[in-house]
Design a protein around this ligand. Structure first.
Ligand code: TYD
Length: 222
């Protein structure tokens, strides 16, 4: 059995990942590619409980190291329960956020640095690397504006507030943004940055182009 393709989507809150991951999944399904979609934090029953703790604004005073290790606890569960089994049975896995988020948010935003995140990734995730990471980087202002208004809408509608991160100051997000750019520069083979304030269709086109290229390269290597 050939291992499936492991694709992650990354970006700031409000960068449009969720819309794009759904469109990409539909594109792949139309081509008869078996797809498993998941997300972090969350993606497993245990992960959903960790997600609740992490995103609830009521969780105040969470130490950065606690936040980081909870993200990894969630990820370890998702790898064991969802990602590895799917890849091993030839499924393509589309994952909304992975370790680049921890490097950007906890390493950059919370200023823990990259090293500790990458060390933990080796220990806890067996250094599992995505084959392709699509990094959505519209401007900081556009992302944050969208994320904060979406969060208000969802909180009003469902009574469920996942806005602990959206309450962070712009300086935090500037560090996250910077760290994402650093990761993209460090790993150009894996990370495809999609920058600028593009339309949903334009972003989708760029995503599909990068995925098609990766699928062709994988087929060529078999
Ligand atoms: P997500 O639900 O993907 O938010 P959005 O749809 O707004 O992009 O992720 C929830 C939040 O968790 C988001 O603010 C980023 C944060 N996060 C981290 O800080 N570290 C991590 O390792 C992960 C996976 C997410």
């Amino acid at each position: 059995m050939v291992r499936g393709l492991f694709i992650t989507l990354e970006g700031l809150d409000g960068s449009g990942k969720t819309t794009q991951i759904k469109r990409l999944a539909a594109w792949m399904q139309r081509r008869a590619l078996p797809v498993t979609m998941t997300r972090q934090p969350g993606g497993t029953p245990l992960g959903d409980r960790i997600r609740e703790i992490l995103l609830d604004p009521v969780s105040t005073g969470v130490a950065p190291l606690t936040e980081m290790t909870l993200m990894f606890a969630d990820r370890a569960q998702c790898i064991a329960q969802v990602i590895r089994p799917a890849l091993e049975t030839g499924q393509c896995v589309l994952c909304d956020r992975f370790t680049d988020s921890t490097e950007a948010y906890q390493g950059g935003g919370r200023e823990l640095g990259s090293e500790v995140v990458l060390d933990l990734h080796r220990l806890v995730c067996g250094n599992l690397q995505p084959d392709l990471t699509l990094l959505l980087l519209p401007s900081l202002e556009v992302s944050l504006g969208r994320a904060r208004s979406r969060n208000r809408r969802v909180a009003e509608k469902t009574g469920q507030d996942e806005g602990r991160f959206e309450q962070e100051q712009d300086a935090f997000y500037r560090r996250v943004w910077q760290k994402y750019r650093e990761i993209a520069a460090r790993e150009p083979e894996r990370v495809v940055p999609i920058e600028g304030n593009l339309s949903v269709d334009e972003v989708h086109e760029q995503i599909v182009e990068a995925v098609a290229e990766k699928l062709l390269a994988m087929a060529g290597n078999q």
